[in-house]
Design a protein around this ligand. Structure first.
Ligand SMILES: [Zn+2]
Ligand SMILES: [Zn+2]
Length: 345
């Protein structure tokens, strides 16, 4: 008998407890495909039905333009999962980006599959340019050549909080908060490098598919992007024993918040500005929930809060915190941390 579709009205704490009690080994992976889906809703239900049977957890976006999945699979079901995915006509041949390292805690605590208008929020009007005119891929070896080549320029297509903890040597790492902002900024930043070879990279490659087509539309002819992103690069480096030109951690969008690619710590603590650190935390005050980098000493001293104000604010009664939450978050956003400097040109 098939299980009913999972509805999750239970709290996050309860979800975490349940997931933590399930100690089966899991394989964390991400995968995406741009593919025209005639009926995204039916496609979503098909995935939800099947992935629920195997107790997969993760966050998956489905749109008429395709699918973007970050998830884990109980390792005992890996083969069944792989066979099933590859047998779907929309997904045949889709490559997986398997996590470089699993953490002690699960990478996800529940399964959500959402229908969106796009699988990546890029703010672009897809009818205004040829989205299929993407750049050619770069292998890990070719990426290394680009990094060493003075006639090439390497651009990090991720957000500042991602590149802050890890990036390629010599890469331009724009100080942007969203992918949308990145796409607005990068053509301007690259103007001075117009005649150079351009290499783009992101976490698992999905953002570069759109970004390379967008840059080509903006008149950049020599644009390529790293195949499978940093995740695949890290695997290639290990397998083929190539020099590793990625410094630090690869930020990932699950509970692990990062995979170590090199031992180097490239960022510093946002609280003391003195200690090298590259572990992200969310402020314990739910009204704030700000993402920050903390060193062990500061995190312990501040008990998981990003500031003393947040520690004090959290002591207020719930009846006051609730109506305040929205304004509090806005106010927090306006006084950002002093972060690790990035390379912007
Ligand atoms: Zn510190
Ligand atoms: Zn806070």
């Amino acid at each position: 008998m098939q299980k009913p579709l999972r509805q999750t009205p239970i709290s996050r704490t309860e979800q975490k407890q349940r997931a933590a009690a399930d100690t089966r080994p899991r394989t964390t992976l991400s995968w995406y495909r741009y593919v025209q889906l005639a009926d995204p809703e039916a496609f979503r239900n098909r995935l939800l039905q099947q992935f629920s049977v195997w107790d997969c957890f993760g966050r998956i976006y489905v749109a008429s333009e395709g699918i973007n999945a970050q998830m884990n699979v109980p390792t005992e079901y890996w083969e069944a999962f792989d066979t099933w995915v590859q047998a779907q006509p929309e997904l045949a041949g889709v490559p997986y980006k398997i996590a470089v390292e699993e953490a002690n805690q699960p990478s996800f605590y529940k399964l959500t599959i959402k229908i969106r208008s796009k699988i990546v929020a890029d703010g672009l009007d897809d009818s205004s340019f040829d989205v299929t005119n993407t750049g050619e891929y770069l292998t890990a070896e070719e990426m290394n050549e680009y990094i060493d080549d003075p006639e090439a320029v390497v651009v990090d297509m991720r957000n500042a909080y991602e590149s802050e903890v890890g990036h390629f040597t010599n890469a331009i790492t724009p100080a942007v908060e969203t992918f949308r902002e990145e796409l607005e900024t990068v053509p301007e930043t690259l103007r001075v490098h117009k005649n150079k070879k351009i290499a783009l990279y992101c976490t698992g490659g999905i953002r570069c598919e759109k970004a390379s087509a967008w840059l080509k539309h903006q008149g950049f002819t020599n644009v390529r992007h790293l195949q499978g992103g940093i995740i695949e690069y890290a695997h290639q480096v290990k397998e083929k024993q190539l020099p590793n030109k990625f410094r630090g951690k690869n930020f990932v969008f699950d509970e692990r918040m990062g995979e170590r690619v090199s031992d180097e710590v490239v960022a510093q603590c946002h609280l003391c500005h003195a200690t090298p650190a590259d572990t992200h935390y969310h402020c314990k005050n739910q009204m704030c929930h700000t993402l920050y980098i903390g060193c062990e000493h500061c995190v312990e001293k501040q008990q998981g809060y990003c500031s003393r104000v947040c520690a004090l604010g959290d002591r207020l009664p719930e009846s006051i915190k609730k109506p305040m939450a929205h304004y509090y978050a806005e106010w927090q956003r306006r006084k950002p941390f002093r972060k690790t400097p990035l390379r912007s040109n």
